[in-house]
Design a protein around this ligand. Sequence first.
Ligand SMILES: [Zn+2]
Length: 100
Amino acid sequence: MYHYHSGEIKNPGFELMLLVLRALIFVFIVVVAAGITIAAGLPAFVGGSLAGVFVFAFFIFRPFFEVINYSCPHCGNKIRTIKNYGSYRCSDCGGESRID
Ligand SMILES: [Zn+2]
């Protein structure tokens, strides 16, 4: 039998970890942009533009780690979970749905 994890965030530390992860991705993007600029010997303003593009991309992909309130369509049970989690099995009624 295929096991569905509910994807529910019960631990506040996990939610905090997601926030830290997002912050780290942001820092990583800026560092990579700066690294590319230095490695390629490009003027600083190019790196700035590059960082801007990366940050813009980051905000587009931001929902991947976004924590949302989700209500089970079968019983209305509310949970905290990650957006785009995917297969969800309600811990209350056992109903299956998809979190987009
Ligand atoms: Zn339910």
